[in-house]
Design a protein around this ligand. Sequence first.
Ligand code: GLA
Length: 381
Amino acid sequence: MNEITIASPGRINLIGEHTDYNDGYVLPAAIDKCIYMTLKTNGTKSRCTIRSKGFDNILVADLFDLKPGTEGWHNYVLGVLSELQLLTQSVKGFDCEMETNVPVGSGVSSSAALECGLAFGLNILFELGIDDWEIIKLGQRAEHNFVGTQCGIMDQFASVMGKKDHVMLLDCQSLDYHYIPAKISPYVILMLNTNVTHNLSTSGYNTRREESASGLKIITERFGVKNSFRNITLEMINECKEALGSVGYKRCSYVIEENQRVLEAADALKNNDMAHLGELLYQSHQGQREKYEVSCPELDFLVELSKLEKEILGARMMGGGFGGCTLNLIHENSVDDFIISASKAYKKRFGIELSHFVTVPSQGTSIIRQTNETGSKRTSP
Ligand code: GLA
């Protein structure tokens, strides 16, 4: 194999935010917005060039000298290369061209799309024999070690494992998962992008992770159970209210409640109970705003606005928080009108343009085209 083109999607998450690193459940899907990357061997031992059309700059890396860089997106690439080097010495020099239509910094995880697409492509190009789960975990480690976000497993999982017209119920403790048909018609998923990313996004994320972990420790030590959110209940949290303090109490009770909502949402989807699914989205937003405290005025404004539109069953902030998108469950006939009124109101309130897209659960990371040494080509269906 000497040339390969990969499509690697971003993701949405129907519900289950900040539950992945808290031993919980999530309900994500890959989306129809992808990073496309063409990778080819360049005959060198270790020289890698990665050109990104969107960012209009080029990264040159040496496989034997990998350390974090200064440009945001470079670290995702360097992190993946570094993790691959730790696993195998079989990667050689390559050139990569990429182009994306995944909105960056909007909470739909362009980062996981980049990490997993690159690892997936190099795995095939150099016949590394790495399986999907190792690609997922490697992407997560790249983010921990080179980017500095102590993220959970959801984004990389969704990007790789996505299936057309399905969401995935993932148990982030056991890593068991199953696909659920996303039969939501006549409703659709409308994403509204605040086009803001508050500075807190990395530090705030990591702090939340620490706060929920310290809260959990207090509770499990008090009750002498194994240190997992799966072993505690709201009653136990209530009993430890004083020891937890206000922050610990809010973080831990949010996790338990959000986990419950994910399971209910999966049932609602299976039973085609769209109204209940919508209510759960609103409850999730409220929990993230008041208890996990990862929302921001722009996101809250859009969720409040959605409540004025009777054809929207539910809405919530999505992803790590502090900016990015809201996810709206809206009747297909009302999409255009709502976009017009929401854009106007948002611009008036914040002076910022709103962007939007309707999305559908889609195929995970896949091969679009590959060429072998003799020049024959194969294009996937
Ligand atoms: C980011 C992280 C995920 C997850 C979400 C919040 O997207 O990368 O692992 O924690 O935030 O649910």
